[in-house]
Design a protein around this ligand. Structure first.
Ligand code: PEP
Length: 254
């Protein structure tokens, strides 16, 4: 029931020609070389969405995502992008609550609860990010913090709604640092998140939700992480900007 997913978050990288080249390479390599049924999600900057969508066309198992969206339907919010705009540009997924949005744009779990509900109402699948900073892990408070993030942002949703959420556990200390959580640390936290969902909703709901790991995933470590029983794939930053590395990560599911 849980979907396997590998999502590439390009962040604020690539001009349109660079993005089209990267996406074309990924699409061709996925078509030619990947043997598994994992969903691949390309998550470029907003301005490239339509251009990349036209390249994806009807290739099966490759989807488009956005990196953020606003919590209001429309209106005087200069510089913002709405959920319906993302859908009209071809997006099926949207990252919400990435640690960079929390850190640099002050996004809180209360705001994220609004965003998650709103994008679900607009038929987009949120990829909700959670994860602790290094000092929280060192203080042994990581489960408590991640448990609170998940509960605040997601636990007002109905059972049917939360089943359509993808969660990405991304320890902040592992993002873009080259430091990966060990496969055991990832498994431990994923199992904890799933247990929280089972306690609040049901085992069936918990078993239907894909939980991705993010934080310095590379071709060399992807298989060991994806092999963990509660890890359903990855949210990939840096390595998603190199087509071969990204596709090699997808191939870790072969
Ligand atoms: C991310 O930004 O979501 C991420 C996981 O980045 P990286 O893979 O570069 O650590």
């Amino acid at each position: 029931m849980r979907k396997k997913i590998v999502a590439g978050n390009w962040k604020m990288n690539c001009t349109l020609p660079e993005g089209k080249k990267l996406a074309s390479e990924v699409i061709h390599m996925v078509e030619d070389r990947v043997q598994n049924d994992a969903q691949v999600i390309l998550i470029p900057p907003f301005i490239h969405l339509t251009g990349i969508y036209s390249l994806i066309g009807s290739v099966s198992n490759i989807y488009l995502g956005a990196q953020n969206c606003h919590q209001e339907r429309e209106g005087a919010f200069t510089g913002e992008v709405s959920a319906s705009m993302l859908v009209s540009a071809g997006a099926s997924y949207v990252i919400l609550g990435h640690s960079e949005r929390r850190e640099y744009f002050g996004e809180t779990d209360e705001l994220l609860a609004e965003k998650v509900k709103f994008v679900l109402d607009n038929n987009l699948t949120p990829i909700f990010c959670c994860g602790e900073k290094l000092e929280t892990r060192e203080a042994g408070d990581h489960e408590n913090l991640v448990g609170q993030q998940v509960a605040t942002a997601l636990f007002e949703l109905s059972e049917d709604e939360i089943k359509n959420v993808v969660i990405a556990y991304e320890p902040v200390w592992a993002i873009g640092t080259g430091k990966t959580a060990s496969a055991e640390q990832a498994q431990e936290m994923h199992a904890f998140i799933r247990k929280q969902i089972a306690a609040k909703y049901s085992q069936e709901v918990a078993e239907s939700i894909s939980i991705l790991y993010g934080g310095s995933v590379k071709p060399e470590n992807a298989k060991e992480i994806f092999d963990q029983p509660d890890v359903d794939g990855g949210l990939i930053g840096g390595a998603s900007l190199k087509s071969k590395d990204f596709v090699d990560i997808v191939k870790a599911f072969d």
